[in-house]
Design a protein around this ligand. Structure first.
Ligand code: PXP
Length: 245
């Protein structure tokens, strides 16, 4: 069975939109830890948090609280920088996914250029692995990047599915074929294959044709879907509270 990892940064993004400069003691909402508990209680297999260098979404304290409860099922996405590696070694999540980071981007736009930075990544991967952390590299479905991921001894790759998700009907087949080939190559090299970015209920059936998928990490659309399926209940709860007064 393919596993579902929920990226709960989007819950923190909503909170930060309202409470970024909030210092009062009242509890800012929504709380990513509460969201994490709901996701895991509903059967999700793991949680992903992307602690960005500029901390614009999830905060260190969120990650610490989530790690306290779910460190055995926590995938920490981060840049391969010394401060982030130190933080991962302190928090000890079960998994670290190394991603490229560009401060101006809204979300992670492209895969990590592993082929172009093998020398830098090799010791980072080694250090994290020695700490018992499963290391994953977020890469484009490109044969060079898959081969380089094996060269730096990462046991897992996460294929960036953004181009597949955004493909026009004419390009859909090409993008799917790239993912299929990359997954095949990675599997032959002994790598675990995860995938994520831009996945929605509507494009999942197409993606599931990719072989050897282990975990799908899904964030934005899953949280958006929660609004559609949960908004009605929320309105009813508020109406009830008003009627009770
Ligand atoms: N995997 C990685 C490595 C990501 O950076 C993201 C984006 O936060 C996701 C998965 C989830 O993407 P989305 O929010 O589009 O589902």
């Amino acid at each position: 069975m393919i596993r579902l990892g929920v990226n709960i940064d989007h819950v923190a993004t909503l909170r930060q939109a309202r409470y970024r400069n909030h210092t009062a003691a009242s509890a800012p909402e929504p709380d990513p830890l509460l969201a994490a508990r709901i996701c895991m209680g509903a059967g999700a297999h793991s949680l992903t948090v992307h602690l960005r260098e500029d901390r614009r979404h999830i905060q260190d304290e969120d990650v610490r609280r989530i790690a306290r409860e779910f460190s055995d099922r926590l995938n920490l996405e981060m840049a391969a920088t010394p401060p982030m590696v130190d933080l991962a070694l302190r928090l000890r999540p079960s998994e670290v996914c190394l991603v490229p980071e560009n401060r101006a981007e809204v979300t992670t736009e492209g895969g990590l250029d592993v082929a172009g930075q093998e020398k830098t990544l090799l010791p980072v991967v080694q250090k994290l692995r020695e700490a018992g952390i499963l290391v994953s590299l977020f890469i484009d479905p490109d044969p060079r990047q898959v081969a380089a991921s094996a060269s730096v001894r990462a046991p897992v790759i996460e294929l960036h599915t953004g181009k597949f998700a955004d493909a026009s009907p004419e390009n859909h087949k090409t993008e799917l074929a790239r993912l299929e080939k990359a997954a095949q190559q990675a599997h032959q090299l002994g790598l675990q294959v995860n995938a994520g970015h831009g996945l929605r209920l509507a494009n999942l059936p197409g993606l599931l044709r990719v072989p050897h998928l282990h975990t799908l990490n899904i964030g934005h659309s899953l949280v958006s879907h929660a609004l559609s399926v949960g908004l009605e209940r929320s309105v009813r709860d508020f109406l009830e509270a008003i009627a009770a007064s």
